[in-house]
Ligand binder design. Structure first.
Ligand code: IMP
Length: 195
């Protein structure tokens, strides 16, 4: 299936193309669509669906979109749906991650729980929609480690690992990540639709 994945984030698009390798996936820039959808929902589901539907209406093709973020338990699940904007949309992640580590400097091991959440929405030109969700449990480490990935990966350590996500290869990350889980579930839903 030819699918437009509604992102301009190159890190995300690379992960999506690796996971949906049985489909032909285009990013927004690759097909010259430049629509800004305001992510003003209170949930990942609302935002993902709004983005997929608006872009599908403009493109007239199947559109997949995701909304994702990180929830930190001791910060009342912040930044959550605000993850992209937390501490300033244009603040480099190395700086944001250093600030978060500082905010958590007195927080003990068992209270450093966090999770990455991803919701994928699909919108079809005939009006049908699909949703899938993936969660990766983990914790905030004590230092930034690793060079891979993007965003908060250098401070997010998956449950049971003493490595940050930024120290994992992209294959290893995709195997356990929130987005990987949600995308594989979506791939199954797309396959069911075609049978
Ligand atoms: P979205 O593009 O609106 O879905 O925003 C997602 C934001 O959540 C990103 O800009 C990152 O700040 C954060 N995020 C989501 N998934 C990941 C991930 O896999 N690694 C690191 N940060 C992530």
């Amino acid at each position: 299936m030819e699918i437009i994945f509604a992102t301009r984030n190159k890190g995300k698009l690379k992960e999506v193309k690796e996971i949906l390798k049985d489909h032909i996936v285009f990013g927004m820039e690759e097909i010259g669509i430049d629509i800004e959808v305001i992510e003003d929902g209170n949930t990942f589901e609302e935002n993902a669906l709004k983005k997929a539907v608006e872009i599908m209406k403009a493109a007239g093709k199947v559109v997949l979109s995701d909304d994702s973020g990180m929830e930190i338990d001791c910060l009342n699940k912040e930044p959550g749906v605000q993850s992209a904007y937390f501490l300033g949309e244009h603040t480099p992640y190395a700086e944001r991650n250093a600030i978060i580590l500082d905010m958590l400097k007195d927080v003990r091991d068992n209270e450093r729980g966090a999770r990455y959440v991803a919701v994928i929405a699909a919108a079809f030109p005939d009006g049908r929609t699909l949703l899938s969700k993936g969660i990766m449990e983990g914790y905030i480490g004590y230092e930034q480690r690793g060079e891979n990935g993007f965003g908060y990966d250098s401070i997010f350590y998956p449950k049971g690992y003493d490595k940050s996500v930024a120290e994992l290869s992209s294959e290893a990350k995709n195997g356990i990540s929130h987005r990987g889980i949600a995308l594989r579930e979506m791939e199954g839903l797309l396959r069911e639709m075609n049978t």
